[in-house]
Design a binder for this molecule. Structure first.
Ligand code: FAD
Length: 143
């Protein structure tokens, strides 16, 4: 059975996932790139090193964001959203990194005692958010 996710199901899927795909378009190219993220109150938070995705999102901050989960070929949920990218600095960047660190620590199991810091392997880090403006959700469930 195919259907549309409710608003709550859309929020739940965004909250429980930690990997999403950013779709951006600039310089005549479209680019879809996987990233880890945290979601809070309509906003996607992430970080990363300067590269193609940031060059493109700086040129055109209007992006698409997708997450999905699949339990079987006929059992999945996905959310597609549109929003606006912006970089964070100062206190807002610190708060976003804190949200990312706490979120990853609670979801990703590492060796005992290891601290999961989102910037660990990607210095220097750009911290950003995507304010989602429109969201749609679909599902398929085996009946
Ligand atoms: C599950 C997962 C989680 C990730 N989380 C993050 C994150 O939180 N932050 C983050 O910055 N990055 C994350 N990455 C890595 C991310 O997908 C990019 O590889 C990385 O950010 C570099 O992207 P860029 O646009 O700066 O590429 P650049 O280093 O500028 O390189 C661009 C070139 O590399 C190719 N390329 C880049 N990334 C990929 C890729 N993933 N697969 C195939 N080809 C690629 C492009 O097609 C292009 O040709 C994650 C990847 C995965 C799979």
């Amino acid at each position: 059975m195919l259907g549309e996710l409710s608003r709550k199901q859309i929020e739940d899927l965004l909250l429980t996932n930690i990997v999403g795909r950013i779709g951006c378009h600039a310089f005549g190219r479209t680019y879809v790139v996987p990233v880890t993220y945290m979601y809070d109150a309509g906003v996607v938070y992430g970080h990363g090193r300067l590269g193609m995705k940031f060059h493109m999102m700086r040129a055109n901050p209007h992006v698409c964001f997708e997450v999905d989960m699949m339990d079987g070929f006929a059992d999945w949920q996905s959310v597609i959203a549109w929003g606006v990218f912006s970089e964070l600095h100062g206190d807002t960047a610190v708060q976003a990194l804190d949200l990312l660190t706490r979120g990853f620590e609670s979801r990703v199991a590492g060796p005992p005692g290891e601290t999961v810091h989102p910037s660990r392997n990607v210095e220097p880090s750009i911290v950003y958010h995507i304010e989602l403006q429109e969201k749609t959700g679909r599902y398929e469930r085996r009946v």
